[in-house]
Structure formats: C-alpha cells, structure tokens
Ligand binder design. Sequence first.
Ligand code: ADP
Ligand code: MG
Length: 286
Amino acid sequence: MNALSSTLAMPRLDLHDSASLLVSDQEAQSPARASQSAKMATENLSAWFGKNKILKEISLPIREKRVTALIGPSGCGKSTYIRCLNRLHEVIPGARMEGRVLLDGQDVYTRAMDPVALRRRVGMVFQRPNPFPTLSIRDNVLAGWKLAGMRPERPDDLVERSLRQAALWDEVKDVLNRSGTSLSGGQQQRLCIARALALEPEVLLMDEPCSALDPIATAKVEELIHQLGEKYTIVIVTHSMQQAARVSHYTAFLYLGDLVECNTTDALFTRPADRRTEDYITGRFG
Ligand SMILES: Nc1ncnc2c1ncn2[C@@H]1O[C@H](COP(=O)(O)OP(=O)(O)O)[C@@H](O)[C@H]1O
Ligand SMILES: [Mg+2]
C-alpha cells in the first residue's frame, strides 16, 4: 500500500479517543497535505517591540478544525505570535512585524483586509476571564455584536446556542440577567468563550485560557476546547505541557523567538527532533 492509500484507509477516529490517535503520522509527515489543510499560516513572520526582535521568521501552518498548541518558556513570544494572527500586535505602540499571515490563503495584512472584520473571523480568548462587569450574562454573550454596531437576527437563539457551545447553558439558563461577574472564574471564562463564539468565528485564539482557573474549572475548559476542536480551528497558548498533550492535535515549540519544531502532539512529546525540545519537555529548563 502506498502512503496515500494507507492514509485514506485510516479509520475516522472519534475525537474523544486518546489524543495520540487523532492525527495520522502520514498527515504530519507530508508537507503537501499539511499546507492543503491549513486554515491559517505564517510565512517568515518576524515581530519586534522597538529594537527587540521577538519572533524570528516563523513559518507555521495552522490546520483547519484542529487544535494547535504553542508551548515554550515564558517570554519566548507565544502571546506575540497569536496577536500577530489577528492583528492585535500592530495596535501596541512601538510594535511592528514582517512576513505574511494567511487566512484561507489570503494575506491578512493588506489594505483590503479590515482588521475589525478579521478579528470577527479570528476571535480571541484571554488569560484572565474578562466579562464586562456592568453587563448581564446575556448581554455579555452579545457584547461583540454590540461593539461592532450590529444586531443578530434572533439574539435569544444566539445567546442559547453560544452558551450551549461553551458548555455553560445549563448552569446559567435561569439567571441570564445576572451580572457576568457574579459567576465563578471557570464559568466566567466559559462566558468569554461564549462571547467569542457568538461572533461565529472561524479561528479561535486562546492565550493561556486556564491559567487563572482552579483544577476543576481547568478540566472543564480543557474538555470544552477539545470538543470545540471538532468544529473550529483553535490555537492555544499554554505553559502546561500536560494541557498541550490533553487538548491539542499539533504542538509547536517556541524558544527565544525561534520555532524549534512543530509536529503532531504525540510525536513532539514522544520523539522530539531537536535537543532543545527534548530538554524543555523533560524539564531541564523553563
Ligand atoms: N508591550 C510590550 N512592549 C515591549 N516588550 C514586550 C511587550 N509585550 C511583550 N514584550 C516582550 O516580548 C517578549 C515576548 O513576550 P510574549 O509574547 O508575551 O511571551 P510569552 O507569551 O511567550 O510569555 C518578552 O521579552 C516580553 O518582555
Ligand atoms: Mg504570554
């Protein structure tokens, strides 16, 4: 059997099977297949704050309807990288970038691309849950629409659908008019995920979404990310290798602004190709 027919013969696996089974090695090892299924990609992406070069020529495909984890020691440029994907980097004074960021093969840094429209397609969830304190749970879900000056056709349906997708509906359906900040930290983070999902994004960027949560809330949000990975293209920054192993199909290791390697999560953790990756995952630094 050649490589392609053996790939086609791979059974479709349930996403709740072990993460290591999620992606065939053939998919990871064939660059042609990889670029075909890339929802986003960066090509030679470099980024600076003032004179400091933070990211160095990073070329990385981000696979469609897969979860890609970015790992690496604090300060290596993970947050900067994902901020370049939805053009949040450029709004920081003194920040600039070079290289290309592609969404469905289209350069997002052209004049034709409206950054606000881009950020609807490429949504973001931040480290600390940040619901609007003066808004109700319901209005928090709709906040992205309001900020964009738009109104969904059926707001109540959208609120329910988004909260269901964020695995929060059953917990809040009777208290939708309560303040968003009346919820627990883990619920607030799922509310922020619902707010992002309400804009019907294609890609979801998550910057250490569990770092402010306790272990039980973390487990819930991780389970949610795993489920959302069936429908959305997700990039998650995490400093927890266990979390990367639990939720992602692909993992990219960044070190001092370099992309050291990217592979299926299973391969990266079990057969790292680079000494620096091996040192990092075995806890020798970082
Ligand atoms: N607003 C900023 N101005 C100047 N330097 C910054 C800014 N934000 C981050 N940096 C620097 O950029 C580097 C990468 O930061 P960051 O992308 O936040 O790393 P990570 O998310 O991997 O911890 C760090 O050296 C950090 O100090
Ligand atoms: Mg960061």
